[in-house]
Design a protein around this ligand. Structure first.
Ligand SMILES: [Fe+2]
Length: 298
């Protein structure tokens, strides 16, 4: 397949409370503040100019996932397949691309709605060195910013979009004991960059996952959450499929953030998908009653 999505490049978030996001993103998770105005906060986790683009506005939550298509040719191939599949991609203007700090991008609406999917190439690199305020080193760069888990109304259209149109490959499935199943998809060696679950829960983004290299960074953040820095959604635990040790915390915008260490990587030549009967070997006990999105499953 010519032209495949290569990584989760950025997430754009709308919020009423930029200060809360700055404290959550920087003091708790260890992102580096790259730019802060009255209306916008950009956060870095690696050499790129930003990975989270948080803007002031009334629609609290995820605005867009930005998927990196690698090259102009890769983007053009994906744009054509999106059009052929009926998604009617809209090509951005030069000013819009400058705003995203990319060379070109196209936008489609997510199948269930609620946010946009943006497909780009050439996210700008930063000049200043990345320095984390909590001494965190993120697993990012070519692996992308992490992964997204989305509760969807129907699995098949999403599988068709991500696998047939965007070129993701199947990592594995989890049959959740509470009902429903999750499909985990990769586009680079990270075990999954996108996961979809057809669950009888509220639709939309369940969580974004950020991975660091050091268990102590996860543990220190967990201590801060236990001390009240942000609502704990699920206790520390280990996932079956990607083997990550992580906990889940509520972001200022309501959706979850999984913060973890030790996720496995996929060798495309030898990987064989499998199926799990649960998402956790231990832990990940759900804490607060939630109204938003789904229970963090992975
Ligand atoms: Fe996850």
């Amino acid at each position: 397949m010519t032209g495949k999505v290569e990584q989760l490049g950025y997430a754009r978030i709308e919020t009423n409370d930029l200060d809360a996001w700055e404290a959550f993103g920087c003091d708790l998770l260890g992102f580096m503040p790259a730019e802060r105005t009255d209306s916008q906060l950009k956060l870095r986790m690696d050499s790129y100019a930003y990975r989270l683009d948080i803007r002031k506005g009334p629609n609290e939550g995820l605005s867009a996932l930005g998927w990196d298509c690698g090259t102009a040719e890769g983007l053009a191939a994906i744009e054509k397949r999106l059009a052929d599949a009926g998604f009617a991609p809209v090509r951005a203007s030069k000013e819009q691309a400058d705003d995203r700090m990319v060379d070109e991008y196209v936008t489609v609406r997510d199948i269930d709605g609620g946010f946009d999917l943006e497909f780009f190439w050439s996210l700008r690199n930063a000049t200043a060195r990345f320095v984390s305020p909590t001494d965190a080193t993120f697993v990012a760069e070519d692996f992308g910013l992490g992964h997204a888990f989305q509760a969807v109304s129907e699995e098949k259209p999403y599988a068709d979009l991500y696998q047939d149109v965007l070129g993701f490959r199947l990592s594995d499935h989890i049959d959740f004991p509470t009902g429903g199943a999750g499909k985990f998809l990769h586009c680079n060696p990270r075990h999954h960059s996108m996961a979809i679950g057809q669950l009888s829960r509220n639709l939309g983004l369940g969580h974004l996952m950020f991975e660091v290299t050091d268990m102590d960074i996860v543990g220190r953040a967990y201590d801060k959450v236990l001390e009240g820095a942000a609502p704990l959604f699920s206790t520390l635990g280990r996932h079956t499929n990607d083997k990550m040790v992580s906990f889940y915390v509520g972001s200022p915008s309501g959706f979850g953030v999984e913060y973890g260490v030790g996720g496995i990587t996929i060798d495309e030549d030898t990987w064989r998908p499998t199926r799990y009967s649960d998402a956790h070997y231990w832990g990940h006990q759900r804490q607060t009653a939630r109204t938003e999105a789904e229970t963090p499953k992975n």
